[in-house]
Design a protein around this ligand. Structure first.
Ligand code: NDP
Length: 483
């Protein structure tokens, strides 16, 4: 049996290092040798027993299982289940200890394993150098990345900073939105302040503006998604530093702003290959597509999937990803132009209808069966046709209401159907789940499974125009506001 042991001192507080390492699926973000990685069966990445399935950048493929995780001792132990490398009985432990003469962390990494006779040195060097020493360096540069603190005097850190924001002055149409001077508060405990470079527009912003979703008390800023750079962090924030490029998709509203102060645990550090505009277009819509296709209903090859607003922000991502999963993707769109875009993004059968008439065609396309799953962001006006278009024992996923809220719950007895009313923010409230969903979304982008093409950019001050176009069904794909 071979034993490999390495240790290093990392120039960051223990809490910050542990925040990264306790996530069993974090290596793709910081380890130079690790490529795409996911946790199998949608389990949380900190659940003992979960399996990490990842690719090394040299092409090898490994599955490892988390055996123990202690937040009090800062220890994580895992073993290898399968590998395309000739390594067997691999068990490894990571342990952190606080360095008492400063804000630094001692990291001990060790493992035992077997290899074929004669190859012991080769593999102990591989594990010791490429995996462990490479990992120490990778984490150091991950923590340092863009993290040069700007002098407090230059940023106004510690004090409120002048900013601009789009305020809903009362509930109503796009005309209630006003671009105003505001103050971005200094971050309190557990908070971060971000200088925003791109803001995502979502249909939920319309519901907030009109008052359908009572999430603000006007006058108040709206918006739930943005990307930018950390200005400063409040006490107790371990996973972010000034200079980090970040993004978020979360309540409370207030994202339509040049500077934003919010809870740091909802903020995700962006990988280098995801630029700010892409992140602002992707965080909310991409994670929505991720949970709808992988968690609310697990789409499998051959499933007939009906996607409404198939050329919309969420719709295009749903079509791309569902097609990559092997589903038969049927969509509804309101124009030939949108049908062309939907088709180019995985929707094999776009149905053009402005008045929510699609059930007959869905049945024709599915040999009379109907759709196994309906992703319904339309609501009231499409309800009767959706019931008609649903297969027996089908799954109706009501996740939005662009045409108005449902009058009542649909009666699925006639179809032995199931109904879901999922909300992204309920899932992402758990930071481990948020990280997992964000990473899976970034991985899908990296793999080319999903793509983001931003056709609509508006200055932040013109947010009302963006809302007018969105509600008039004039937009295709994502909309981004530029502060
Ligand atoms: P979209 O870009 O899809 O825009 C809405 C689209 O809905 C329009 O482009 C239009 O497409 C269609 N639509 C049909 N009828 C109407 C109508 N009466 N008024 C306006 N639009 C209509 O928006 P998003 O991608 O931001 O969101 C899509 C849906 O997903 C929304 O219902 C939203 O609330 C929901 N959502 C839910 C989440 C959740 O967690 N539950 C998270 C994220 C989004 P067309 O012209 O082709 O018919």
């Amino acid at each position: 049996m071979i034993r490999v042991t390495r240790s290093a001192v990392i120039d960051a507080p223990l809490e910050r290092v542990w925040d990264v390492l306790r996530d069993f699926n974090s290596h793709w973000a910081w380890h130079p040798a690790v490529g795409e990685s996911r946790i199998e069966n949608d389990e949380p990445a900190d659940r003992v027993g979960c399996v990490r399935n990842f690719q090394l950048k040299d092409g090898n493929h490994i599955r490892e299982q988390l055996l123990a995780l202690s937040d009090s001792e800062h220890i994580s132990t895992y073993c290898m289940l399968d590998a395309t490398l000739p390594i067997t009985r691999y068990v490894s432990t990571v342990q952190l200890k606080r360095v008492t003469d400063g804000e630094r962390t001692f990291w001990h990494w060790q493992s035992t394993f077997d290899t074929p006779r004669g190859r012991e040195k080769e593999f102990s060097d591989l594990v010791g150098r490429s995996v462990y020493e490479g990992g120490f360096e990778g984490l150091r540069s991950y923590l340092r990345r863009g993290a040069r603190p700007t002098p407090a005097a230059a940023t106004g850190a510690g004090q409120a900073m002048p900013a601009k924001a789009v305020i809903a002055t009362r509930h109503g149409g796009p005309e209630v939105l006003e671009y105003r001077d505001v103050q971005a508060a200094a971050p309190g405990p557990g908070e971060v302040r971000i200088r925003q470079s791109a803001v995502g527009v979502n249909y939920i912003d319309v519901y907030v503006r009109t008052g359908l979703y009572p999430m603000i008390k006007p006058p108040d800023a709206i918006g739930v998604e943005a990307a930018g750079t950390v200005v400063d962090v409040g006490p107790g924030v371990a996973h972010l530093l000034p200079g980090d490029r970040v993004a978020y998709a979360c309540p409370p509203p207030g994202a339509y702003a040049t500077l934003r102060t919010l809870a740091a645990d909802q903020v995700v550090v962006l990988p280098d290959d995801v630029d700010d505009e892409t992140a602002a277009a992707l965080m909310l819509k991409g994670m929505t597509a991720e949970f709808l296709l992988h968690r609310t209903h697990r789409v499998r090859p051959g499933h007939s999937v009906l996607v409404h607003a198939a050329a919309g922000g969420v719709g295009l991502l749903l079509c791309q990803w569902a097609r990559a999963l092997g589903a038969k993707v049927i969509g509804t769109v309101s124009s030939e132009d949108k049908a062309r875009v939907a088709r180019a993004n995985g929707c094999e059968f776009p149905i053009v209808t402005q008045h929510y008439q699609f059930a007959t065609e869905v049945k024709n396309l599915t040999g009379g069966r109907g759709a196994d799953v309906i992703y319904d962001g339309l609501g009231r006006e499409a309800a009767a046709e959706n019931l008609e278009a649903l297969a027996v024992a089908g799954h109706w996923v009501c996740f939005g209401q662009a045409s108005g809220p449902h009058d009542g719950l649909p009666d699925l007895g006639s179809k032995s159907g199931t109904l879901s009313r999922p909300v992204l923010f309920h899932l992402t409230a758990d930071r481990t789940v948020l990280n997992d969903m964000a990473q899976r979304t970034f991985a899908a982008l990296r793999a080319g499974t999903i793509r983001v093409e931003i056709r609509h950019r508006y200055p932040l001050a013109a947010a009302a125009d963006a809302h007018r176009d969105l509600e008039a069904r004039r937009t295709i794909g994502a909309i981004v506001l530029i502060p």
